[in-house]
Design a protein around this ligand. Structure first.
Ligand SMILES: Cc1ncc(COP(=O)(O)O)c(C=O)c1O
Length: 406
């Protein structure tokens, strides 16, 4: 029996979406090509150059370099790798708000760098004072998120750039999700707005390309040299990617989607998605839920666990933040009709906030970055691993004034 792929009509938590028809068609056409071997597959290699040009235009970078990655995870790992290679210290660290994506945990472990997590402020953005208190001569990289996974927030990127420069560190912006909506907002997030060195920006999320199509952009081509290895048996001389063989489908579909949609189509999509997010936020607020206002098309609300479970049982693909808020990502496939049906089910199943259905099933532990476990007391491996720890704004951990539990 042939298994059908997941339909999108009840998917409200994914950061991926149904590819645009032109992206789907291009993916199929280039399925059997490998941009990892440009000497053998020059057509897809030249399309990859186009992809980077287009991503550069979207991200405010006039002479861009980079490549189409397997996703935001790879782009983030590679950014950490560049910073580690550039660092002049033997013990390089990465400073990141706790809202950063868990892919940085993987980067830290693989690359054996210390990931220092700083708290976010009351509005879920990087707390600048905490970042200032955390950086030092070992800081190789500061990460700012432009469109956080859990709350859709944009960190103060120019200010993070100033802090990075003050300690001679690099600045990476994770715009893996936000990069295709931020150009239509007033946020300062890109290479023109701040001394950004590297960026993750994924066509396979808001860019409506087929998976796998992530993006790594670097301000100067020379930064890719930090990643390059010689490729003796290929007709090209070196390779800066993490994977070897790569899918031409992702590259071709990214170019097709960007050709079709940049900028007018993406602008329309942003407007539609943002309006949907605001409609949903209003609908939840009117029902008495505490809602985190959607700055980008992502809504979080304190829907009780029992209600959440009932909605999942009803077939809604929804998820929770590390602090148990319901999160709904208004991706291109999420229509107003879907949200109306969701709210109708919420009315049928949910009872009232703070009354019926408020008994909560405890989550395993406090979580962050974006789902990674932050509870250092947890034996099951919290985010405070060998490679990552919370950078506290105050006395040095372990010093007499420090009462933290590390
Ligand atoms: C901000 C951010 N960065 C990175 C990633 C990781 O991207 P991927 O799953 O494509 O590797 C995500 C995934 O949702 C994300 O939201």
């Amino acid at each position: 029996m042939q298994i059908e792929p997941q339909a999108f009509d009840r998917v409200l938590s994914s950061m991926c979406t149904e590819p645009h028809p032109v992206a789907r068609e291009a993916a199929e056409r280039f399925l059997a090509t490998n941009p990892g071997d440009p000497g053998t597959y020059p057509a897809i290699s030249s399309l990859e150059d186009d992809a980077i040009e287009q991503l550069g235009e979207i991200a405010g970078l006039a002479d861009p370099a980079g490549y189409v990655t397997s996703g935001g995870t790879e782009a983030n790992i590679q950014a950490v790798r560049i910073a580690r290679e550039r660092a002049e210290t033997a013990t390089p660290t990465v400073v990141m708000p706790e809202s950063g994506h868990f892919s940085f945990q993987k980067a830290a472990t693989l690359l054996e760098v210390d990931l220092q997590l700083v708290p976010t402020d009351d509005d879920h953005r990087a707390d600048l004072e905490a970042v200032r208190a955390c950086v030092d001569d070992d800081t190789a990289l500061i990460v700012g998120v432009a469109g956080t996974t859990e709350y859709g927030r944009v960190d103060p990127i120019p200010e993070l750039g100033d802090i990075a420069q003050s300690v001679d560190a690099m600045l990476h912006v994770d715009a893996a999700w936000g990069g295709f909506v931020l150009p239509f907002t007033d946020h300062d997030w890109n290479f023109e707005h701040a001394p950004v060195d590297t960026m993750a920006i994924d066509p396979h999320k808001m860019g409506q390309a087929a998976v796998p199509a992530g993006g790594l952009l670097v301000r100067a081509e020379s930064l890719l040299d930090e990643l390059a290895v010689d490729t003796p048996y290929l007709e090209s001389t070196s390779q800066a990617t993490l994977t070897g063989t790569r899918s031409g489908a992702g590259v071709a579909s990214a170019v097709a989607a960007m050709d079709e949609l940049w900028p007018a189509g993406y602008r329309e999509q942003y407007t539609r998605s943002q309006a949907n997010a605001e409609w949903l936020a209003d609908a939840l607020t009117a029902r008495g839920y505490d809602v985190v206002a959607p700055e980008l098309p992502l809504v979080a609300a304190d829907v009780p666990a029992a209600t959440f479970e009932a909605l999942r049982d009803a077939g809604w693909r929804i998820s929770r933040t590390g602090t148990d808020d319901l999160r709904i990502v208004c991706m291109p496939h999420v229509t107003r009709e879907m949200l109306e049906a969701f709210v109708a089910d919420l009315d049928d199943l949910g009872g009232q906030p703070g009354t019926a259905g408020t008994e909560t099933s405890p989550r395993p532990a406090e979580t962050g970055p974006a789902g990674a476990n932050l509870n250092s007391a947890s034996p099951s491996g919290g985010s405070e691993t060998d490679q990552s720890r919370t950078c506290r704004n105050g006395p040095t951990p372990g010093s007499p004034g420090d009462s933290s539990s590390d």
